[in-house]
Design a protein around this ligand. Sequence first.
Ligand code: HEC
Ligand code: HEC
Length: 357
Amino acid sequence: MKKTQYVVSCLSALALAGGAFLLFPSLALSDNDDQALIAKANALFKPLPASSALENTELTPSRVALGKALFFETRVSSDGRLGCATCHNPAYHGADSLALTTGINGKVLARNAPTVFNTSLLIAQHYGGNRATVEEQAYKALLSPVAYGNTSNEQVETKLTQLGYLPLFKAAYPADAKPVNVDNWGKAIGAYERTLLTPAPFDKFLQGDAQALSRPAKLGLEKFINTGCAGCHNGVTVGGQSYQKFGITQDYWLVTGSTPKDAFKGYDKGRFHDTKDEADAFIFKVPQLRNVAVTPPFFHDGSVASLPQAVRVMAQLQLGKQLSDEDVSHIVSFLESLTGDIPADFSNVPKLPSAPH
Ligand code: HEC
Ligand code: HEC
């Protein structure tokens, strides 16, 4: 500070934005700092779009309504108990709160259920990226032995018809001669998922509203960028846009406490299990961080329960850095600004067709 600055009165010092920051560190960053941070953030992230509809595929109300009904429908699974909403539950921000999810007949599966919000914007679906789109993900769940457990498409189509779904499929896909089919199951659920976007305070900040983030959240955003987190967690979903190795500085399980899984004949090697290419061993799709603060536990196997701990684990495993408690707390504040508004209708359980007698 220059000597002349010492003589200015307290009041006029307050008028100087930089001075106010020095005197009262708890005040907001200066306007200039805010604008610089907004510009820096916009170079790495993007606000959520209004819609994630596929090109040439309208999200008509009848398609979205059918998709929503099917999302909550459990009677199509082989034990009659499992629907998308069982594991992607409105009560848990589109996830299920379990470390490892429970599949058909109560079998504990090998992975954690991520939230279903904003997933239509990811490069691909699942930790290994073995499903290209939300439509393909929904369609392939039908015959998966650990998910819906059906044995043929015909079996699924018969069940849907018997349950009374024909009018809903007809309304959604009027041009199809045989509208009740598994392809339309995938399309309708996909249409519904494309409406499940959760705009958050961070979107307002990106759009120029400097007040949308608290000061700790802004410091956390700065830290998130400068520490290197945004090298992997970037884009519209703050992650979900690339595949990266989990455990760059050391084997991940030494830090997460992960255990080997029968399904993987050892530790989960991520994308390797889908491609069988050794080059893909321990490569995982970088998860999106939207809603991360409300969807514990963390990582592909839910091995870490607390968000501050997940942040420390990431800094250590991915960047070889130890963060101070203050830095962790600021980063967590930033991650909390990614918690979005749940789509208004998501928690209203729809009325499902009742089987004709
Ligand atoms: C038994 C619980 C369960 C059910 C039922 C279930 N899911 Fe999932 N879901 C999971 C798990 C676990 C994963 C992670 C799987 C992986 O990455 O290998 C997942 C992943 C996903 C993803 C990818 C998310 C991402 O970030 O990559 C989407 C989208 C999804 N599920 C949608 C659905 C839809 C739609 C249905 C119904 C057709 C459904 N799920 C049924 C547990 C379930
Ligand atoms: C080199 C790429 C890379 C960097 C850098 C990186 N991450 Fe990650 N992050 C990943 C991958 C890959 C996963 C998925 C690991 C898994 O679940 O198996 C992940 C998972 C996470 C999760 C858990 C998400 C969930 O829903 O379970 C959080 C939180 C997270 N990262 C935050 C951070 C923070 C904070 C930083 C900076 C300190 C950071 N990451 C740096 C690649 C990276």
